[in-house]
Design a protein around this ligand. Structure first.
Ligand code: SAH
Length: 408
């Protein structure tokens, strides 16, 4: 989401005549976009802000802006802590910087669509989140759930595709709740149908879903629409009912497992990924073992493992004790990672010998790389430029993290 927000602000700045430079010491305007979903992310922002102090001092005319989730409802504390920052902007609030630079806000804000997008990119479709999971700071910083009108999204995707994008990932904290707050009661399935009509768009995906909003209609749309990649990120957070209850996730394990079964029956070769928090307050060894069991049973294609990090203002921070030690969190992280590594390796090995459609989206050194519909990274040798095109690659070898292919 931050990448998408940064690209949008960059585009507004570029539209009004600024150009990008490759190092911060050459810049007249520096914008730091912040994430505070975990303490480690916040620490990085604080570290970078420390470094920026000297850079700002070396040229006081330079404008330094802090944007994103670190900027909460009250900025007094931030202003006192970082007096050398010129302007603070909440997520997706670009106007304060544009005003400070005396740029025509209306004209710039109308041009937030990235000018030179990558082959694969993001389009936010629903902002904020209405759920109040006890660990999560996002609703406090990004506000209530607001869906963008479908016509705006379709227009933006058309523009991005005209400018060279070929794969679009529709973004939201709970992207599968798209449309629930709109008067005409559209949903994510409708949006997928509409957006997929965009000429020259090759592939369409969405991130991240919340299990309670995932409907059969959406799953069927994923199966039925050719351009939509058969991949679903369905954060479970824990494989234990007691922990899920304490997280206020609003589903239990039976419901989650049933949903996974339903998805697998409708889309047999679906690629499933999930997010898991280890070391949530009070998580016992036994409760962690239940998460491990879920991971072994479901056989996800990918999991994102996060060590629980207490976030100010959340219910967990106010009412629960962060009582799983750092070492134990690290241990659980490692165990889960190792388990998933073996699953991913097995899954990737089963693709060796198969021919897959790969959307070529970049080059690293001598190698080209792209992604399959199931979001697997494939590298291959080639002396022709297929950037933005789908190529058929025969998979020759695999590791837990990527595949190696050859042009057919
Ligand atoms: N909509 C998704 C969440 C997106 S936020 C959902 O269903 O919950 C991205 C991920 O950050 C979450 O899935 C969660 O695993 C992680 N996360 C959020 N708050 C966290 C915290 N306090 N500590 C550790 N991980 C956290």
């Amino acid at each position: 989401m931050n990448t998408a927000d940064s690209e949008r602000l960059a585009s507004a700045l570029e539209y009004s005549g600024l150009t990008s430079v490759d190092t911060h010491d050459k810049a007249d305007v520096i914008v730091l976009n912040s994430c505070v979903v975990r303490q480690s992310a916040e620490d990085k922002v604080v570290g970078t802000l420390g470094m920026m102090k000297a850079i700002k001092r070396s040229n006081p005319d330079r404008v330094l802006a802090l944007m994103g989730c670190m900027v909460g409802p009250k900025t007094d504390e931030l202003k006192a802590r970082f007096p050398y920052v010129d302007v603070f902007m909440k997520p997706q609030e670009y106007a304060p910087l544009l005003d400070l630079l005396s740029l025509d806000t209306e004209g710039c804000l109308a041009n937030l669509t990235p000018i030179r997008p990558d082959i694969s990119g993001y389009v936010p479709v629903i902002h904020g989140c209405d759920l109040m999971c006890t660990f999560c700071i996002i609703p406090f910083r990004r506000g209530r759930q607001v869906s963008r009108p479908m016509s705006d999204i379709v227009r933006e995707v058309e523009l991005l595709v005209q400018r060279g994008m070929r794969e679009v990932t529709l973004l939201g904290q709970t992207v599968d709740a798209y449309g629930h707050d709109l008067v005409d009661e559209t949903d994510l399935a409708d949006l997928l149908y509409e957006v997929s009509k965009t000429d020259k768009l090759v592939r369409l995906g969405f991130l991240t879903s919340h299990p309670i909003f995932m409907t059969e209609r959406i799953i069927q749309a994923v199966r039925d629409i050719d351009k939509v990649a058969e991949r679903i990120n369905l954060p479970v957070q824990s494989g234990d009912d007691n922990v899920l209850h304490n997280m206020r996730r609003r589903y239990d394990l039976v419901q989650y497992r049933n949903l996974v079964e339903k998805i697998k029956s409708i889309i047999p070769d679906v690629s499933l990924s999930t997010d898991i928090i280890v070391g949530f307050p009070g998580e016992s060894n036994e409760e962690f073992e239940n998460t491990l069991k879920l991971v072994e049973d479901v056989q996800f294609d990918k999991i994102h493992i996060l060590k629980y990090s207490e976030r100010p203002g959340t219910l967990a921070a106010r009412k629960m004790v962060d009582d799983v030690s750092k070492e134990e969190k690290q241990y659980r992280f490692k165990v889960l990672e190792e388990t998933q590594k073996q699953i991913s390796y097995k899954k990737n090995m089963s693709l060796v010998g198969k021919t897959l459609d790969v959307l070529v989206n970049g080059q690293k050194g001598e190698k080209w790389e792209g992604r399959t519909k199931s979001d697997k990274l494939v590298v291959f040798d080639c002396n022709k430029d297929f950037l933005g095109e789908i190529v058929n690659l025969r998979i020759e070898s695999a590791s837990a993290w990527s595949l190696k292919g050859a042009l057919v």
